[in-house]
Ligand binder design. Structure first.
Ligand code: WT7
Length: 566
């Protein structure tokens, strides 16, 4: 029997109190995610249960019980407190998927500070704009990434400590740097956890928009209520599961469902901190007997490409339930998974801003391949017309709207109230996606309502890439759009005009690509750069991305009456 039982029954008298009661929380109580994910699990008699099975390069493995997690997060919390970190200070976690990342996350929350996890492949500029917006006090990082911090250090007077968690004592430390080693630090058994309340801030995740700088999405400790229950009912986590969430905690899935969801219910999870290969993924599942697997469409499409024969070479019989998130999951991928794994991938829809799953397929419910499923109980969702009124006619496309009343809804964009306000209309939160709802109430993704590029499940702002391109000496003007791709669904493509004296050749293309990869990230790096004599612009001088995008997708170009084609 699945945890959710019957979806239709669950939505009838749903209340978030179900999760509050299971977590032993009452309105006004102290609620601290760090405590819920470690101390409380130990108190429930699971101190010796495995919390984390970690595997890095070369098959190196580390294991942590819930008691280890409790002690490690105490120890890190204590270390930060002694450095002067106070509640609501921002602590950036800039690490690969190493155990310290997971353990520090809880340590930061335990002292009431705000965790700011950032994808470790970010280059200096991506890092800088995010630290600057958050006025981050401390960054915890690794030797291999500290160079990026050093390069931007002078511009960050607010950053008082750079903690290196894997220093080997060989190279000298530089300004503001110190070393922390979980292995040698004295373990803190008794720790005073900061008494955060429901609305105390917990987490800042940065997400990209079409215009302007990335937005810092602020979440609070009360988000636990949503994350706990969605993980339980949708991922269907059971006490004896071995759970694998492939997402990086630099992104929302990796924190909501790679830390908080599973650990708040005392579930054993595993982490593979190596790059993607179909073979190594299957080996990992077989070796650890993964039973619940939460992944993303781009990975699934790559697995499809790797072929059926490879699936048969591995014993994947431990798998019981599999789900997907982050970008459109095409029907073929669902049908394929049913054939080769004996079960469909259950698609789920969430956003950095929503903090937890909003639309999903449920165990026991009929899966319609290609559909995102139905709203989670307690979520009031609709597809809206031009007046932001729900469309009642089935299968008509409109903007998705959610009533902003679930526990893990973002509370603000950090220091950016203006953009935050624009995300609401007529009492609805607008995630910026379009969908239809069929006659049975299933949601079908239509597309985004803005120019943001979703490449392999990661959002990239065309504006950020365009701005970075302009910083290259050869580039005079730039326009960035999504280009279709079989595996990543979309990839970044740039159109540029060059400054006089530069030659439009392959060598320059590679140089510009590399420049963006280092400055922003490998995700934001254009996969193709097309040189142009001039870019299409409106009469008022705005670059018409829409036209360039339509060309890439072989779509109708639409209204070009404002085009300046002199
Ligand atoms: C955007 C949010 C990697 C973590 C989740 C992404 C798109 C998300 C689906 C889905 C189609 C989806 C939306 C959404 N998206 N899930 N199941 N089907 N599109 O978090 O980086 O904030 O991106 O990802 O466009 O708005 P995020």
């Amino acid at each position: 029997m699945s945890n959710i039982g019957s979806y239709d029954e669950r939505i009838k008298d749903f209340s978030w109190k179900i999760a509050e009661e299971e977590l032993g929380y009452k309105e006004g109580d102290v609620i601290n995610i760090g405590w819920y994910c470690s101390d409380r699990i130990c108190d429930q008699g699971k101190a010796d249960k495995l919390a984390l099975i970690w595997e890095g390069l070369g098959g190196v493995e580390k294991r942590y019980t819930f008691n280890d997690v409790r002690l490690a997060s105490n120890t890190i919390g204590d270390h930060l407190r002694k450095l002067g970190v106070k509640n609501e200070d921002r602590v950036c976690l800039f690490m690969d998927k190493i155990p310290e990342l997971y353990l520090s996350f809880l340590g930061v929350l335990k002292i009431g500070a705000i965790a700011q996890p950032l994808f470790s492949a970010f280059g200096d500029e991506s890092l800088h704009v995010r630290l600057d917006n958050a006025q981050t006090k401390v960054i915890m990082t690794q030797r291999k990434h500290v160079g990026k911090v050093r390069r931007i250090l002078e511009q960050m007077p607010y950053l008082t400590h750079i903690i290196i968690v894997d220093h080997d004592g060989k190279k000298p430390l530089k300004e503001r740097e110190s070393v922390f080693s979980l292995e040698t630090a004295e373990k803190i058994e008794k720790f005073e956890i900061f008494p955060t309340k429901a609305e105390s801030p917990s987490l800042l995740h940065y997400t990209s928009g079409t215009t302007g700088q990335p937005k810092g999405v602020k979440h609070v400790h009360y988000s636990l209520i949503s994350q706990y229950l969605t993980a339980k009912w949708v991922l269907d986590l059971q006490d004896d599961d071995i759970y694998w969430c492939t997402a990086d905690p630099g992104w929302v899935t990796g924190t909501s469902y790679g830390i908080i969801g599973p650990w708040s219910q005392g579930i054993t999870q595993c982490v593979l901190d190596t790059g993607f290969s179909a073979e190594s993924w299957y080996k990992f599942i077989a070796k650890n007997k993964v039973s619940m697997w939460y992944s993303a469409p781009t990975a699934i499409r790559s697995l499809m490409k790797a072929g059926d024969a490879l699936v048969k070479e591995h014993d994947l019989s431990s798998l019981r339930h599999i789900a997907s998130v982050g970008e459109p999951l095409n029907a073929e991928a669902v049908i394929w998974s049913e054939r080769v794994y004996g079960m469909p991938f259950y698609d789920t829809y969430l956003q950095t801003e929503t903090g937890s799953m909003m639309l999903t397929n449920y165990p026991g419910m009929k899966v319609k391949p290609g559909s995102m499923g139905k709203p989670f109980p307690g979520i009031t969702a609709a597809v809206l017309d031009d007046n932001f009124e729900p469309i009642t006619e089935p299968s008509k496309s409109g903007l998705i709207g959610f009533r902003p009343d679930w526990p893990s809804m973002m509370r603000e964009y950090w220091r950016n109230e203006e953009t935050f306000k624009k995300k609401f209309a007529n009492g609805w939160y607008l995630p910026g996606d379009k969908s239809t709802i069929d006659k049975d109430g299933y949601y079908w993704f239509v597309g985004r309502d803005d120019d943001v590029i979703n490449t392999g499940g990661h959002l990239v702002s065309p504006f950020e890439v365009e701005s970075a391109l302009l910083e290259h000496e050869a580039v005079a003007e730039s326009a960035v759009v999504a280009k279709p791709d079989q595996v990543n669904m979309e990839v970044v493509k740039a159109f540029v005009t060059l400054n006089p004296g530069f030659i439009a050749d392959d060598d320059l293309e590679l140089k510009i690509m590399n420049f963006i990869r280092k400055k922003l990230s490998p995700l934001a790096m254009p996969q193709e750069i097309e040189y142009m004599e001039k870019l299409p612009k409106t009469r008022s001088g705005k670059i018409m991305r829409r036209m360039l995008r339509a060309k890439e997708w072989g779509e109708e170009i639409g209204d070009t009456s404002t085009l300046d084609d002199e």
